[in-house]
Design a protein around this ligand. Structure first.
Ligand code: NAD
Ligand code: ZN
Ligand code: ZN
Length: 401
């Protein structure tokens, strides 16, 4: 079968790999119909993780079950499913509390596991024609419909970015009437914007540098802030002050609340410097969030921070250690939440929003490609050029089947 394999810095290759087969009684074999490329894959692509060459990648996967082990009871061959990118056991202390992002048994090294990802266990990636699903009763979400119907491009986003964007809003405590700012208009930031509209936020600002992505922000009903036009925090302060409805309703002291109540980091450790987009500044978004969040507000960090980082600019950065304005955070009595998304907490609910037509996350999909086009798509997505925002690898063979 064909699969996308990491070959070294800035090199993904499509190569022939052995098709997996059901080995354990709880496994299932999935015939992949769609697999997406994620911003998280770019950390590996750019050589910013400890991933060794030769690994199959891809953790956003959906398709049709081909075969199941003898102990699998809740899904059958022919079932259409999407896989949460977290691989979890379902019975450990963390899993049974819902924290499948922190499963204690599926990865020897760390409390989390995923398909085709550096440091997340031995599981093969799913940017491939087939993938093995461990512990399949727990790690597959059943879907209605048939491959490549009107929901295919929405359902694939349930593997990661829609739940992750939603998790950002959960950590930042977004609810009806609140003010929200999101850093990053990549797929995760855009899904955080969509989730903020679903949760009824009153003001939603999304900061980025990439024009095509800022256009999507507008399409989703949020306010784009182009960081090329100046300090994004000052831009949001000014916009709020200039909006008559917002400035005309203040009670005594409220004029000090120039920022927003909920702030989300959908960028991570490869953040660019606001003053020079071509330079990296890992703390840029963290600094901006601390300035922008109102006292007693909330910060949610879903942008990834990874160590070891072979490409970090300093010894501390290589270990993932960064300076934080801790005193200001404390002073403001802000809550901060972060981490990988526990996809299973949200994916069923978000699936049902798609089914009932209340959410159409596929609005952010920019490209649908064949697997042979993956290396070129990685390059363009990495450069954030030509509108490459969310790329779906779709399998023609599966379409015909
Ligand atoms: N927590 C999780 O479970 C989880 C899941 C998926 C992805 N992620 C992470 O989310 C982050 C975003 O991934 P993505 O898929 O949306 O793709 P992405 O990496 O393309 O999105 C990042 C966006 O941030 C923008 N950006 C860079 N510096 C910025 C700055 N200083 N201010 C504002 N915007 C800036 C970029 O232009 C880009 O559009 C990545 O770090 C990814 O690893 C986390
Ligand atoms: Zn992902
Ligand atoms: Zn577990």
């Amino acid at each position: 079968m064909k699969a996308v394999v990491f070959e070294g810095q800035n090199q993904m290759r499509v190569s022939e790999q052995k098709r997996p087969s059901v080995a354990g009684p709880q496994d299932a074999l999935l015939r992949v119909t769609t697999s997406a490329i994620c911003g998280s894959d770019l950390h590996m692509y750019e050589g910013r993780t400890a991933l060794a060459p030769g690994q199959m990648v891809g953790h956003e996967i959906m398709g049709v079950i081909e075969e199941v082990g003898e102990a699998v009871t809740s899904i059958r061959p022919g079932d259409r499913v999407v896989l949460p990118f977290n691989i979890a056991c379902g019975y450990c202390y963390n899993c049974h509390r819902g924290f499948t992002n922190m499963c204690l048994t599926m990865n020897e090294q760390k409390p989390h596991a995923a398909y085709g990802y550096a440091g997340m266990g031995p599981y093969k990636g799913g940017q491939a024609e087939y993938v093995l699903v461990p512990n399949a009763d727990f790690n597959a979400l059943k879907l209605p419909g048939t491959p490549f119907d009107q929901w295919e491009d929405d359902f694939i986003l349930l593997a990661d970015v829609f739940p992750t964007g939603f998790y950002g809003t959960e950590l930042a405590q977004v609810s009806a009437g609140k003010s929200v700012a999101i850093f990053g208009a990549g797929p995760v930031g855009l899904m955080a914007a969509l989730s903020s509209t679903i949760r009824g936020a009153a003001e939603i600002y999304v900061v980025d540098f990439v024009p095509e992505r800022l256009a999507k922000v507008k399409e989703l009903g949020a306010t784009p802030i182009n960081a090329r036009d100046g300090d994004p925090v000052e831009q949001i302060f000014a916009l709020r002050a200039q909006t008559p409805g917002l400035s005309g309703r203040l009670r005594p002291g409220e004029d000090k609340l120039r920022g927003v109540e909920c702030v989300i980091d959908a960028v991570g450790y490869q953040a660019r410097d606001d003053k020079n987009y071509t330079r990296e500044k890992p703390t840029q978004v963290l600094d901006n969030m601390v300035r922008l969040v109102n006292p007693a507000g909330h910060i949610g960090i879903v942008g990834v921070y990874i160590a070891p980082d072979p490409g970090g600019k300093t010894d501390l950065a290589k270990q993932g250690v960064f300076a934080l304005p801790m005193a200001e955070l404390f002073d403001k009595a802000v809550t901060v939440g972060m981490g990988q998304c526990p996809v299973k907490l949200y994916n069923e609910y978000l699936r049902d929003l798609i089914i009932t037509g209340r959410a159409k996350p596929s609005k952010i999909v920019s490209h649908r490609i064949r697997i042979d086009q993956a290396p070129e798509a990685y390059k363009k997505f990495d450069e954030r050029i030509e509108g490459y925002t969310k790329v779906l690898i779709q399998f023609e063979e599966a379409r015909a089947a």
